[in-house]
Design a protein around this ligand. Structure first.
Ligand code: ZN
Ligand code: ZN
Ligand code: ZN
Length: 365
């Protein structure tokens, strides 16, 4: 992602949406627009990105060195506020010449303490969510962003390939999880985002917190892991079978593989987000698992782990090339076991590319 291009895209999108400026704090929108990975501090860091192309980054004085080293796009003016300065006045000054009643887009993750201060400093402005502008842009990845997601996908695939060395009966979920977290970093991620190791009946909770249960022979173990590589996320789930498992597990896994494949096949330009969800869900319903598939089929991924587009019934968004999201149907039988298969895909001109290319069969240990 080239931040200068992102700002130009944002200017066009602001003009189309009737938004005079975006006011964005630390987080994915700021990183997308400027490349700056700001710290979320009690002192305000705020990008004022204007539809007319005048952009200011207001930072606390002590953060100025980090912001300067971030390689900000040349059209962004850096303004710093000292310990006794009013940062809200600095933000208002960055809107000099903008109609005071114009609509401003506040960052979706901007803390209320900053938004309330800005609203006091800009009392006549109308407010909307910055994501009405940035969500549309961030949803469609450019070639560099797809490349970052692809490298993240390959890195997490390498971690899954090492899981059989770590996971065995007699170890606890937490022990396995610590080894996996180390491997996520070893394989090139700069950050571990999550490690879910859900064994036996714990697998029936989709976001089970990896705990001190000892893995047993006969367990199905859901391993859902992800990290960040060059700012972009990986997220991949595979299922590991320890010794001989109940045939109910292998039957459910067969149905899940078919459902996951059908949803990936349905992901192409012109299809809707909800049709991808339906492709997986219809097969699981037909196989008798409908009531055990308790979540949407997927979520967008990029600078955030979960972002638009959401692959869910009711979302009639039409898929475009460059949209990246998870395809992760699951089957959860309370008290017994759970299974989930998850790959990240990116929509191409004529279908989709899977960014995780490991076998989807359950891995027998
Ligand atoms: Zn999740
Ligand atoms: Zn996941
Ligand atoms: Zn996911």
């Amino acid at each position: 992602m080239v931040a200068a291009t992102a700002l130009a895209r944002a200017e066009n999108a602001m003009n189309a949406a009737g938004v005079a400026a975006l006011l964005v704090g630390p987080g994915a929108d700021l990183r997308y627009l400027t490349g700056y990975h700001a710290l979320p501090l009690e002192r305000m860091t705020l990008l004022v990105a204007r539809a007319d192309g005048r952009h200011t980054l207001v930072v606390p004085t002590l953060e100025r060195p980090r912001a300067s080293e971030a390689g900000l796009p040349s059209e962004v003016e850096l303004v710093d506020t000292g310990e006794t300065d009013d940062p809200f006045a600095a933000a208002a000054a960055a809107l000099d010449g903008v109609d005071p009643t114009a609509t401003l887009g506040a960052g979706d993750r901007l803390w209320s303490v900053f938004l309330i201060g800005l609203q006091d400093a800009l009392p006549r402005a109308a407010w909307t969510r910055a994501s009405i502008v940035t969500g549309q842009l961030r949803m469609r990845k450019d070639a560099q962003e797809v490349d970052a997601l692809r490298r993240a996908g390959q890195a997490i695939d390498r971690v899954h390939a090492r899981v059989p060395d770590m996971l065995r009966a007699g170890r606890t979920e937490a022990e396995v999880g610590r080894d996996i977290a180390d491997a996520i970093l070893d394989e090139g991620h700069e950050r571990v985002n999550f490690v879910i190791v859900a064994s036996g009946p714990n697998g029936a909770s989709p976001h089970h917190e990896t705990g001190d249960r000892t893995i047993q022979p006969g367990d199905a173990v859901v391993v859902d892991i992800g990290g960040n590589l060059d700012g972009y996320g990986s997220d991949c789930t595979r299922n590991y079978l320890v010794g001989e498992v109940d045939t109910a597990v292998t039957q459910a896994h067969d149905a899940l593989e078919a459902a996951q494949r059908a949803a990936c096949d349905a992901a192409r330009p012109g299809a809707t987000a909800q049709s991808v969800d339906a492709a997986a869900r219809d097969l699981l319903v037909a196989a008798g698992y409908g009531e055990y598939f308790v979540h949407r089929t997927g979520h967008g991924i990029g600078l955030e782990e979960h972002e638009e587009p959401y692959i869910v019934a009711g979302n009639d968004l039409v898929l475009d090339p460059g949209m990246a999201f998870s395809v992760e149907p699951g089957v959860y039988l309370p008290g017994r076991f759970g299974l989930r298969i998850e790959d990240i895909v990116v929509v191409t001109d004529d279908g989709c590319e899977r960014l995780n290319t490991l076998e989807r069969d359950a891995v027998r240990l």
